[in-house]
Write a protein that binds this ligand. Structure first.
Ligand SMILES: [Zn+2]
Length: 76
């Protein structure tokens, strides 16, 4: 009978800001379905939402998605 010994190594995970953030805003109005598309600059995604509401009264609620990068590092 063999026996396996598992050794766990502690790691940490941290955001890597230099790899950027992607933002996308989705209009939540019924049957609209439009979005800003993924934007590397979150301000551009928000500007799209402001323009969208300006052109479409009542389309004033948005679901926001942000993605970033994170690196896992072995703890010393
Ligand atoms: Zn809309």
């Amino acid at each position: 009978m063999s026996r396996t010994v598992l050794r766990y190594v502690a790691h940490t995970i941290n955001r890597v800001p230099e790899n950027g953030i992607t933002a996308e805003l989705f209009c939540a109005a019924d049957e609209c379905g439009l979005s800003s598309g993924p934007e590397g600059n979150p301000d551009d995604a928000q500007d799209w939402a402001l323009r969208h509401t300006g052109r479409n009264p009542g389309h004033d609620l948005f679901r926001r998605e942000y993605t970033d990068h994170a690196r896992v590092i072995r703890a010393e």
